[in-house]
Design a protein around this ligand. Sequence first.
Ligand SMILES: [Zn+2]
Length: 376
Amino acid sequence: MTADRRAASGASRVDRVRRTPAVLADGREIIYFDHPDAPSRLTHDPRDLTPVGTSSQVRHDPVLDEWVVLATHRQYRTHLPPTHECPLCPSRDGRQTEIPSSDYHVVVFENRYPSLSTHAVDAGDADLPAIVDHAPGVGRCEVVCFTSDHDAAFGSLRPDRVRLVVDAWADRTSELSAAPGIQQVFCFENRGEAIGVTLSHPHGQIYAFPFVTPRTRQMLRSARRHVDLTGRNLFSDVLAGERSTRTRLVGDSEHWTAFVPAAARWPIEVHLYPHRQVPDIPALTDDERDDFVSVYLDVLGRVDALYDKPLPYISAWHQGPAHDDRDLAYLHLELFSVQRAPDKLKYLAGTESAMGAFVNDSLPEDVAARLRGVTP
Ligand SMILES: [Zn+2]
């Protein structure tokens, strides 16, 4: 980790976050992020767990110039267990879960069924033609539990707890970005069965990729072209454009703006940009983190009020690559949903799945007006 990144990741924040690292029974790492006044956490995991072997690999599609992860061992993971068997609840009343302690504020641990792993080994000769590059699926997949309350939602958390989640994201981004072979860190939340969530406990995930993801590479290509043509940052210009018209704004504050993008692909889509260009979450100041919390909670309240029921969504942090093009990158969060009506889901059509050409039934200006109009 570089000195400036370590400083930005919050040496000054030690007083507000207590970090307790430990090791689970099968050797996976777990880290508790608590407010300093919380009880100390029980770190011993008494379970008898055998390590899950990971045979993941990455293969390069030479036609699209994109890497694909192959992780066949994931078929055996837990799927929507009943609440009393939830592996993300704290260990209580004699039942041992993934989290040995009897309570926690925020906790992060390595996924037992990861798509990418620091221990991934090359699957060997699969008779691939020379034109298909391949490598072991080296990386890391972590689970972030936002709260010990099984029935809560991210949007119902207290602001100081959401701030703790932001600090945990920053910590993981800094540490994983500095790990060998890691090119990009992706923090996200999938919410709702419609999105394919396999555990209902409020949680998100963090992927540390051994490559820069296709979406980010595409964004950076556009940003490079824009700076060559205009001398300005592409994302700053997008933000300035939305702030000048305000037609698609959902909310804003001193440091952040939430808006529906002009060319939204999904029935519900909101992007949150900080007003200052930073490459990733660790680079946000304390004020910017606090301000994000209030704007994001407001947006989450609005999307849930839209249909008067919890909206299934994917909320995705777009962070710059760990090493390259960080001057072009612009941290932002993109939240979107497949819920196109109270009882209707959008499924990707042929034009979208096959051609990547999206057709949206909703006008972004109307969606923004509806989101502004509801009471969160
Ligand atoms: Zn739970």
